[in-house]
Design a protein around this ligand. Sequence first.
Ligand SMILES: N[C@@H](CCC(=O)N[C@@H](CS)C(=O)NCC(=O)O)C(=O)O
Length: 215
Amino acid sequence: MLTLYSTPESLYCAKLRILLRHKQAQWHEVAPEGGCGSTQYRELVHSGTMPALIDGDLVLADSEAIAEYLNETIAEPAMLPANASARAKCRERSRFHDTRLEPEVRKLFPHVAPANRDANFVHNQAQMVALRLQELSRLLQSDGWLDLQSLSLGDCGFPICFAWIDAFAPVMGFELEWPGKLYEYRAGVAAHEAVRIELDDYAPGLQRWLESKGV
Ligand SMILES: N[C@@H](CCC(=O)N[C@@H](CS)C(=O)NCC(=O)O)C(=O)O
C-alpha cells in the first residue's frame, strides 16, 4: 500500500488526497517523524518537506512529482489529457497554483492571530492575492482545452487554497472579487466527488486551526 507522509492541514497533502481519491487508490497517511523538516525525517525525505510518498523502494517528495508519478502508475482515470497542448495547459495551471497563488496566500498565515497581525501587510497582501486570482481567471479564460468534466492534475491544488482564502477574508477584514470565470471554474472542480469529500473532511480542521489562533 502507498504511504503518504502528511498532516491533515497541509494544503499540498490535501492536493494529493484529492488525486488519490479520484484514482480510488489505497493509501495510508503518517506524520513525519519528529515533524516536518526535522533531522530524523530528513534522513528519509532529504528535502524535509511534506507531502512525501513511499511506494516500495521509492521515496518521493514534491507534490507535483508525486502527482505525475501517481498518474502514470495508476492509469485510470487519466488525469492528463491525450492532447499535448491540453496537457501542457494542465501543467501550467498546476504550477500556477504552486508557484504563484499558494505562496501569496501562505504569507497571510502568520497574520491570522490578531496579536501578530500587521494590518498594512494584510491589506497589501490581499491585493496581491486578488491579482493572482485575476491572473488565474485570465489563464482559464484563454484555455481552449479546459474541460471541467474531467478532474486533472492541474486542478487538485486549488480547492483547499480557495477554502483558505475564503476563511481568511472575514477574519482579516478584506473582501476579494472572484472573477466570473474563476467562479465557474471553482464550482466545476468542486462538483467532482473526490474534491467534495476532501473539502468536507478538511473544513473542521481548518476551523480548529483558526480557533487555535484566537479567531
Ligand atoms: N512545492 C512543495 C511544497 C511543499 C511544502 O511547502 N510543504 C510544507 C508543508 S505544507 C513543508 O513541508 N514545510 C516544511 C519545510 O519546508 O521544511 C510541494 O509541492 O510538495
